[in-house]
Ligand binder design. Structure first.
Ligand code: ADP
Length: 485
């Protein structure tokens, strides 16, 4: 049987080019795969902001011609190593497309402006043109998010028939965020040099007279996955499908859900230098020193019997803060303290800040991004609150468990898959203030019982590492190679 030889293709890679969680996954999963002996490499654009002094590079290909739109550009390909590993990273260099503007031209990366779509189409095309010259041939191209979604399209149209090098390549397409689809106009087809006729999937595209790169990736990849089994099921429904549920249903049989892991070396209460007091399951009692530090920082009453609920989150519609705000009265009455760290929607920020002012003795809101404070909250809180409307995977609940802070979560996406009700956390179902209220009551009761500590320790012992997810990915890669051999 063929062993997987993997090339990851993505817009982001930690630590070279990071905007969000995509970079973390593309940086962490190959490490876990490599540990299992897999030949895995990564390819990204050589953005202008990547400092070659920080990451020494070698040019391995020079002036590879890439036909794009009505011109032929040339690209150079550099290699470096993923820091701390022996994993090869290829960087595609083309000044016109990658030198300015960071990873995304648009601030949010949600829209996918024409310029941005062009940038990533070029990256995909240049990657395919460079491949036969690298002296190493992958058998699976693992494409991530809309930025690389056209690679399977080209493999099935332009590169398919007359060249055996490409014919044997399989594709896995991973959806990290269904909200970012890379929607553009049909001029893209000219840029991509694909005729309308060659693209049967165009008829099934999301809207009329536009082209949605995410849809193209979904319809043409050999298999696809998203970042948790529950979210993989949810996105087949109109409620979670972001208008793409009809298209996703067409690929239902090839759609998998694999949860992300967390970096258990970085997120480790035994070694974390950000937190006031380190601790483990054996020295769980020391966690209370972190709670005291957090209470002091927030200006709360130093009462060990009152549990602190923590939130570290983007403050957006996705995250369920409206449920928290709907419980103003109860928050005022209940014996609890609440600390929130986040930034985002100014309206949510304002509402939370106003409430915190009123309840200053027991509620504190920090409107900023602060990695150290985040760790202080994970370590110092007694519960971690994540009442999300939807959650493809979610990291917060996993970090909280690792720090012995049982999460209180809504049963959606990765939250449903990673938190076990009454074993490692508290799970509620309905997206209503009443359901959250019932969960808070359960948490308050639980906190007074010895069972609480057992739950906190069960979370700390849970295997949240990438190794487990890497094994599941391996099964999928093998399946892809078998089903197409
Ligand atoms: P999403 O990717 O939807 O934002 P996740 O839970 O998957 O949500 O990941 C969010 C990550 O970002 C977590 O590690 C969380 O601790 C961190 N984070 C979010 N907001 C902040 C903030 N204001 N300061 C520090 N870390 C934050």
């Amino acid at each position: 049987m063929q062993q997987p030889r993997l090339l990851f293709l993505a817009a982001e890679l930690n630590p070279f080019a990071k905007v969000g969680g995509l970079a973390d996954v593309v940086g962490a999963l190959p490490k876990a795969l490599k540990k299992q002996g897999v030949d895995v490499r990564i390819m990204i654009p050589k953005y202008g902001m990547i400092d070659p002094k920080q990451y020494p590079m070698q040019r391995v290909l020079r002036r590879v011609p890439v036909k794009f739109y009505n011109r032929t550009y040339t690209v150079d390909v550099y290699t470096t190593r993923l820091p701390g590993t022996s994993i090869t990273v290829y960087l595609i260099d083309q000044k016109h497309f990658f030198d300015t503007g960071g990873v995304y031209y648009s601030k949010t990366a949600f829209v996918g402006t024409f310029k941005e779509v062009e940038r990533f189409l070029f990256f995909g095309r240049a990657a395919l043109e460079s491949l036969p010259r690298l002296g190493w041939k992958p058998n699976i191209l693992h494409c991530h998010d809309w930025h690389t979604a056209f690679i399977p399209v080209w493999l099935k149209t332009v590169y398919c028939c007359d060249n055996s090098f490409y014919a044997s390549l399989r594709t896995l397409y991973t959806i990290h965020n269904l909200a970012n689809q890379g929607i553009s106009n049909l001029k893209v087809l000219k840029v991509a040099q694909v005729s309308r006729k060659a693209l049967p999937s165009l008829e099934r595209d999301a809207r009329n007279n536009d082209i949605d790169l995410m849809v193209q990736g979904i319809l043409t990849s050999d298999a696809l996955n998203t970042v948790s089994p529950t979210y993989a099921r949810e996105i087949l429904t109109p409620e979670f499908g972001e208008h793409l549920d009809p298209v996703l249903r067409l690929r239902k049989r090839d759609l998998y859900g694999i949860v992300n892991g967390i970096d258990t070396e970085v997120f480790n209460p035994e070694t974390d230098s950000h937190i006031p007091q380190r601790y483990s399951t054996q020295s769980f009692d020391r966690k209370k020193i972190n709670k005291e530090a957090l209470q002091r920082l927030c200006g709360f009453e130093m009462d060990s019997r009152v549990p602190i609920f923590g939130i570290v989150s983007r403050l957006t519609n996705q995250k369920g803060l409206d449920l928290v705000l709907a419980l103003r009265r109860e928050l005022a009455q209940f014996p609890l303290q609440l600390v929130i760290l986040g930034t985002g929607d100014p309206k949510i920020e304002r509402s939370l800040a106003t409430l915190a002012k009123r309840l200053a003795h027991k509620m504190r809101v920090f409107l900023k991004f602060d990695a150290k404070l985040a760790q202080t909250i994970y370590a110092g809180s007694n519960f971690f609150l994540m009442p999300s409307r939807f959650e493809p995977c979610g990291l917060g609940q996993m970090i909280a468990m690792r720090y012995g802070t049982p999460p209180v979560v809504r049963a959606t996406g990765g939250l449903a898959d990673t938190v076990q009700h009454s074993k490692t956390g508290i799970v509620f179902h309905e997206y209503t203030p009443q359901a959250l209220l019932a969960a808070l009551r359960t948490a308050l009761r639980l906190y007074q019982q010895p069972r609480y500590i057992a739950m906190a320790k069960a979370g700390m012992r849970k295997d949240l590492s990438w190794e487990r997810s890497a094994q599941v990915y391996m099964r999928l890669y093998r399946k892809l190679l078998i089903s197409h051999s």
